[in-house]
Design a protein around this ligand. Sequence first.
Ligand code: PMT
Length: 221
Amino acid sequence: VTEPDLVGRHVVVTAGGTREPLDPVRFLGNRSSGKQGYALARTAAARGARVTLIEGNTGLPDPAGVDVVRIGTAVQLREAVLKAAPDADVVVMAAAVADFRPETYATGKIKKRDGQEPEPIVLVRNPDILAEISADRSRPGQMIVGFAAETDDVLANGRAKLARKGCDLLVVNEVGERKTFGSEENEAVVLGADGSETPVPYGPKEALAETVWDLVVSRLG
Ligand code: PMT
């Protein structure tokens, strides 16, 4: 039985991956399908929250009863999050955000020319949205939840990331070409800024989402 324990709350969830364009044809992207973020949005709505889902490049159908905002790049994601966050009780950053983007955008398709070496792609840093909203705290009592997608030293990297980003909860999950990305299941440890560690065994992404909301509800004033 789903408890309506998020009634009266506005939650913002980001899902999917950013795409950083190189030219009209190509982009730098990542393997996020959006399934984990959509599971968070669906379960929050089922628990009674008003949900704003900011999605990047997932192609997934809009969940019922959820406001969906579409973005392409990390800079667009930042704009959408900063617009929605001041009114949110909870922000969950499940989107996979590119840390870097190409410095220049070629307005025409980049061509290969006979006998010419390929041009290197120069990257510049993208803004760190999670760190920014965690430092801002645009609303008193607001809870901010981040994710950490790691391939090595998963927990150690997760703990360092929690300290660096300054969020309240960090969901640490292992990723790989065929691990977590795109699958229906996930497995994670949710780290709290209060030192708590909640392991979530391998199971449906909905189950991890429900645990995240349980932890959020127990901490909301
Ligand atoms: O979409 P699925 O296929 O279901 O896969 C789910 C998932 C693996 C994408 C998801 O569970 C997940 O781990 N999402 C976070 C991916 C990510 O960007 O992790 P990160 O460790 O690089 O970033 C840490 C946190 O900072 C994340 O909350 C991210 O949203 C945020 N971030 C990162 C970079 C940046 N420039 N700004 C950010 O806000």
